[in-house]
Each structure stands twice: as structure tokens, then as C-alpha cells.
Design a binder for this molecule. Structure first.
Ligand code: NOJ
Ligand code: CA
Length: 705
């Protein structure tokens, strides 16, 4: 049965909320395992510590702010008041990895004031959950201080062990880097500065981007990130390897000598630390979404989670092009008869995708390259005013395509490549969204390739955080859901704005089509599942069947087996999940296609059955609509055998398991297409063994009988 699928309702199971004054400067998680202690040192400098099961995980770490033209806010502080609150509630995801989310934490609020002349006040708030903690700074309204120009936030994270760390560099523009695995003390982001495949990249510090995940000798797993990034700059973490210490380094701008400007009152995003005794616990944690505010936009039933195909991979393979071959004549894009005939987004081609989607239980079709401007989009300094989000190319009949799609029960997904020309997009945004509404389109994929215009801004600074968030808020008016590429990182805002459906924000599948470094290696996704995926849904675009595609690109390929491409539909979560390959490649393999046809895209519950960061992971998810279960398991370059108990299946029920596994000779490079499909009858007492090839995977549909 479908339970309130499209409406977020705050269900208070047993809401205990009792605010208390306190003298204790510490607080524990509801289960008592995590403890946070706060205090001031003898100079009145605030610091905190975190313990897990009695051992120090974060040692004395100082907190403070550096402002423009006024003294730092860091020392000479006194505590005005301490209070605590406990919350135990649950809420529902309108779409997601699960329906019910438990939100249970203890909160400690410390109100501080400077003892000096300025007498500035601020609060530090800690929320401690069983799966980690978040803390943020609140600047209340106060006499004599109306505006803050933050030059740097000085939040420290002092660690007690030289953790094995999975990280990407603290790039201010793009997260599309391969993950590095090193000791914390050996992080060297500076040497990652020159990246041949990225249109924009700026790495000014030896810092990492978040989520950054760490594994300790005794099995403790930590992941550092932020939640509810609103009207602030993204946070990177500067590394002091010698002292096993990290500190916040906010993303800046070349146009001003501060990093964040805010009017009081305001609060910062949450600084979050997930803490788990094992790797699966990191994925099962809801810390990031829980730290966000409840749904502010109400009913989003107009957005339906869906699988989608698209006029997309063919451009990345260079089979067709985004552009049509128009010329700019007197400021107008004009068909001067120079069309090269390689344009992908033609009415006819899109209809082919619509037919294919309709026949295969796929709800959407993405159309890239439908609008004018693609002749002059990447790398040009004068990109403002080039793209037009209203005007189709002459061979794309938007009226007819949307009519045909509707007739077939398929939705067209809009595409807005802004080329990072933000002023043009902001100016056209309302009419572009209104056009979508007119044609019954409810999802847009947006893109921000290239250096941000205006010059001097970065993708992850406050200017762009506001741009991305504004696009999401504005889209609500037109019943539009947003899937951003080259985005700001996900910080769980989907809880507040459930029309923020998905995003890129990692090296996606596209790199396999053209990267000069050989694409994403087999270990990429077993790292992504425990790093990037902790922040939220990923538009990774799985499902490439023609793994080697030599007829298009001899020097590129996907570095997984076909079975792993299927497993990704379960492992990598997104409410919009692409079947990315060309129609003809799917039609050539109906056996494997059956899994994409069957697999769900919106989940009642998810269970992470096993995993180690960077090695392998197995996830089972139950579809909301049908209550069927699906399982995905993936491994890095090492083959492995994993034994799985099926005790997640409904007790007493029997299921037909369709197992799509690596064949006995499968290997991501030598034999990626070796796929075996087996059928078994199973129940909740069954145990099965998964044999994953090097770079391989396994996908299973459990259909209730
Ligand atoms: C980069 C995006 O990640 C990709 O999916 C898209 O096709 C191109 N930009 C063009 O917008
Ligand atoms: Ca991209």
C-alpha cells in the first residue's frame, strides 16, 4: 500500500521536548554512547570535546570567528546561560530511502557573551544523536551589532588518531575529483590542483571537501560534513597533518575581503560529525537530513520519483551534438543553413526515447540540447546572454514532443545548462519555469559548467549558495523539482525543500565517456557510497550496457562489469535514476534490461547489509508501491564472495528472486559483459552467497509471490 507517499507529515510518535536550565556543560546521545563536553579555557576561549564509548574522538577543539574591521570573537567570553532539550519524534519522507525517519537527540545550548567593551553575544548549540552530532553558531539580535562580515570561521576538529581518510581536495568550484585514500597526516590536496578534465577548478589550500570519511584502527568510522547550508559559504576543512587537526576554511570570493555577509540575527549551517562502529552505519544514518528543518513547501505530490532515459549519453559519446549549427546574427541565433545534421535533440529522436521508456516502465525522458545557445557555451568569457531557456532549435517541436510524451504516459525532463552565466539564468528563470509548467514538466536538470560569472565568484561561495537555493525556492511556485549538476554540495535541504530532488557533485558516469585519465576506477563507487552519498541523492546516471563502446571511443570505457551497472540502481540512491545508455544498446540486451524495468526508485526502507569503505557494499531496499525488495552489491577491483541472510524479507512470505550476477569469467576489464541470470525461490530464512567479480556486482529483484 502506498502510505502518504507525496506528503510530508510530521508524526510525533512521542514528542518529549522539555527545555531545562542546566549547569552541566556536557551532553550525551540518547543511548549514552556519544558524549560532548563544552567549556571555556582560562582565557575565556570556547572549546568542545567528543567521546564515543568513553574514548576521546575529538580532543579539545577551539571555536571562534574572525570578522572584517572588528576584533575576533574568540576569547574573553563568559557563559550567560546553559539549557538542554530532548526531542524524540519521527517524520516522513515524501520520497526517499525510507518512509519513516526517527529524529531523536539531546540538545545543549550555551549562551556566551564577551566580557570586554563590545559585549557581543552568540550561542553554540550542540545536537547529539545516537549516530553523531551537529553543532552550529547562533547570533541573536543585539544592541550595537546589526551586520556580520565573516572573514573566517574558526572551527577546529582535533583528532586523536591518524585515520585512514577518504578525501577529495577542497576545491572551491567542483567536487568532480577522484577520491584519495591516505592517512590523515598524509593529505596533500595542493598536488591535485592541475586537473586536465575539469572546466573549472580552484584549490587554494591544503584542504578537503566534505563529506570526508575516516576509518580508525579499532573500527570507528567518522564522517565530517555540514547540514542546512543556507545563505553562507560552503565549508572546506583545512588539514594540519602533523597535529592531526582540521579547521574550517570557508569558500571565499575575489570580489570582497570577507567570506560571508549576514544581517543579525542569523545562524550558521550545522557542522556535522557522523560516528559509527561500522561502515554500514554511516549510510543508514539520517543525521544530515535530521539536522535540517521540516518541510516548508507542503505537498510535492506533483513530483513523482522516476527512472528516466535521455538524449544525453550520445552527446558524451560524440554520436550526436548538443548544438545545431546556428549563428548569432545581430544578436539573434539564426539558422543560416549551416546546420551540420548531428543535432541530438530532434523531435524524431526524442520520440524514440519516449517509445522506449513507455515500453520499459521508465517514467521520464531528459532532453539536452533542445534550446538555442549551445554553439557558444563552454569556455567563452562572454557567456552571459547566450543561452535561451525558452527557444527551441528549429528541429525540436516542443509542443509535439510534450503532447506525444503525455499520450504515452512519460514525462519530459527539462534541461537548463546555465554555463555558469548566473545573471542570464536568474533573469530568465521565471519564464523558463513557467514554460515548463505550461508543458506539464515537473523536473529540471540544471548545469553550471565553467567559471562562474560574475567573475571572481566560486561555485561553493555564499553568492552561489544563494543562487542554487533561490532556484529551488523559486521552482516551488511552478511545481518544478531541481536536479542540479555542478551543484553546491547536498546538505540535507531536501527535508525542507523536497523539490531539491537530486544532484551531481561528484565524478559521475560521464567521466567514463571522455576523461583522459581512464575514467572512474573500480574503487570509485565503493568509496562514493560512504562519502558523497552520505550527503544525499546522487544523479550518477548508471546503466551503461555497452561497457567498452569502442565503436564510439576506443580509449574510454566504463570500468565495471555489466552486473555492477545493474546493482547501482539499488546501491546509489536517487529519486530520479537514469537508464543512461542508448536505446539500441538496451534493445540488444533484453535480459539485463529486465532488471531496470523491474527495479523500484522510491523506497519504504533501506538496509545496508555489509560494506567496508572503498572495498564493497551491499544494500537492500523495499519499494514503497509494491513492497518488493531489491538488492545491489558492488565491489572494487577485488573479487569477493559475500554471504547474505535474507532476513529482511517479510516473514512467512515467499519471493521469486531474479539474480543478475557476474558470470564465472566476468572481470571489469577483460570480460565485463559476462552476466548470468538465475531464478530462485526464497524466504526470510534463506541465505545466499554473492560472487562478485573484480569490479563486479550483483543485482537481485525479490518479487513477492
Ligand atoms: C555537465 C553535466 O554533468 C552533464 O550531465 C551534461 O550533459 C553537460 N554538462 C551539458 O550540460
Ligand atoms: Ca558534471
Amino acid at each position: 500500500m502506498r502510505t502518504n507517499r507525496f506528503f510530508t507529515v510530521l508524526v510525533l510518535i512521542s514528542m518529549m521536548s522539555c527545555e531545562k536550565n542546566s549547569t552541566s556543560k556536557g551532553i550525551s546521545s540518547p543511548d549514552g554512547a556519544i558524549q560532548v563536553n563544552f567549556d571555556l579555557d582560562d582565557q575565556g576561549v570556547p572549546f568542545y570535546m567528543v567521546l564515543k564509548d568513553g574514548s576521546i574522538v575529538i580532543d579539545r577543539s577551539y571555536l571562534g570567528f574572525e570578522f572584517k574591521d572588528v576584533p575576533m570573537l574568540k576569547s574573553g567570553l563568559k557563559i550567560l546561560k546553559i539549557s538542554t532539550t530532548s526531542i524524540d519524534e519521527s517524520w516522513q519522507m515524501p520520497w526517499g530511502e525510507q518512509l519513516e525517519v526517527v529524529n531523536r537527540y539531546n540538545e545543549l545550548i550555551i549562551e556566551l557573551q564577551e566580557e570586554t567593551d563590545l559585549k557581543r553575544q552568540f550561542n553554540i548549540v550542540f545536537r547529539v544523536y545516537d549516530d553523531g552530532l551537529g553543532f552550529r553558531y547562533e547570533f541573536p539580535e543585539q544592541a550595537g551589532w546589526t551586520q556580520a562580515f565573516i572573514v573566517e570561521e574558526q572551527t577546529q576538529f582535533n583528532l586523536t588518531e591518524d585515520y585512514k581518510t577518504f578525501w577529495i581536495p577542497g576545491d572551491w568550484d567542483i567536487y568532480e575529483h577522484l577520491y584519495n585514500t591516505t592517512k590523515l597526516s598524509e593529505i596533500d590536496a595542493i598536488s591535485k590542483r592541475d586537473h586536465p578534465n575539469l572546466a573549472q577548478t580552484y584549490i587554494p589550500n591544503n584542504a578537503v571537501n566534505t563529506p570526508v570519511t575516516m576509518v580508525g584502527e579499532n573500527g570507528i568510522h567518522l564522517s565530517f560534513h555540514e547540514a542546512a547550508l543556507v545563505d553562507y559559504s560552503g565549508m572546506t576543512l583545512g588539514i594540519d597533518g602533523e597535529n592531526l587537526s582540521m579547521r574550517s576554511i570557508l569558500v571565499g570570493s575575489e570580489n570582497q575581503d570577507f567570506k560571508v555577509k549576514r544581517d543579525l540575527p542569523f545562524h550558521t549551517p550545522w557542522r556535522s560529525i557522523q560516528i559509527s562502529n561500522d561502515a554500514p552505519g554511516l549510510i543508514e544514518s539520517n543525521l544530515i537530513v535530521n539536522l535540517n528543518e521540516p518541510n516548508k513547501i507542503g505537498d510535492v505530490s506533483w513530483f513523482k520519483p522516476m527512472k528516466y532515459t535521455g538524449v544525453w549519453w550520445e552527446m558524451h559519446l560524440n554520436k550526436s551534438s548538443w548544438d545545431y549549427g546556428m549563428e548569432l546574427v545581430d544578436g539573434k541565433w539564426t539558422d543560416t543553413g549551416k546546420a551540420h545534421g548531428r543535432h541530438g535533440a530532434t523531435t524524431e529522436n526524442v520520440k524514440r526515447f519516449i517509445d522506449f521508456s513507455a515500453a520499459n516502465n521508465i517514467g521520464g525522458v531528459l532532453v539536452e540540447g533542445w534550446n538555442t545557445g549551445w554553439e557558444r557555451w563552454i569556455g567563452f568569457p562572454d557567456r552571459e546572454g547566450v543561452f535561451d531557456f525558452i527557444t527551441p532549435y528549429p528541429d525540436y517541436d516542443i509542443e509535439e514532443v510534450t503532447r506525444y510524451a503525455k499520450e504515452k504516459g512519460v514525462e519530459i525532463i527539462m534541461h537548463h545548462e546555465t554555463s555558469a552565466a548566473t545573471e542570464t539564468y536568474t533573469k530568465q528563470q521565471d519564464s523558463a519555469y513557467a514554460l515548463m509548467q505550461h508543458y506539464g514538466m515537473h523536473a529540471v536538470k540544471s548545469g553550471y559548467v565553467g567559471k562562474i560569472l560574475p567573475d571572481g565568484e566560486y561555485h561553493h561561495g555564499q553568492y552561489m549558495v544563494n543562487h542554487y537555493n533561490h532556484a529551488i525556492e523559486n521552482a516551488v511556485k511552478y511545481q518544478v523539482a531541481v536536479n542540479a549538476h555542478e551543484p553546491i554540495k547536498d546538505t540535507g535541504l531536501r527535508r525542507t525543500y523536497p523539490n531539491a530532488i537530486s544532484r551531481e557533485g561528484l565524478r559521475g558516469q560521464e567521466f567514463n565517456a571522455w576523461a583522459s585519465d581512464g575514467g572512474n576506477p573500480p574503487e570509485h563507487l565503493p568509496i562514493v557510497a560512504f562519502t558523497r552519498m552520505l550527503s544525499g541523492p546522487i544523479d550518477f546516471t548508471p546503466g551503461i550496457f555497452n561497457i567498452k563502446f569502442d565503436e564510439y571511443k576506443e580509449n574510454n570505457q566504463v570500468n565495471t562489469t555489466l552486473a555492477q551497472q545493474l546493482a547501482l540502481y539499488v546501491v546509489i540512491y536517487s529519486p530520479v535514476q537514469m537508464a543512461a545508455d542508448l536505446v539500441e544498446h538496451y534493445e540488444a540486451n533484453p535480459t539485463a534490461l529486465q532488471f531496470i524495468k523491474d527495479v523500484g526508485v522510491d523506497w519504504q526502507q533501506s538496509k545496508v547489509l555489509n560494506g567496508e569503505v572503498g572495498d564493497y557494499v551491499t544494500i537492500a531496499r523495499q519499494e514503497r508501491e509494491t513492497a518488493n525488495w531489491f538488492l545491489g552489491s558492488i565491489t572494487d577491483e577485488n573479487p569477493r564472495e559475500l554471504s547474505i541472510k535474507l532476513d529482511f524479507l517479510d516473514e512467512g512470505a515467499t519471493y521469486k528472486a531474479l539474480i543478475y550476477r557476474d558470470g564465472d569469467n566476468a572481470h571489469w576489464n577483460n570480460n565485463p559483459l559476462d552476466l548470468m541470470v538465475e531464478e530462485l525461490n526464497v524466504d526470510s530464512n534463506s541465505e545466499i552467497s554473492l560472487n562478485l567479480a573484480a569490479g563486479g556486482g550483483c543485482a537481485i529483484s525479490f518479487i513477492k509471490e
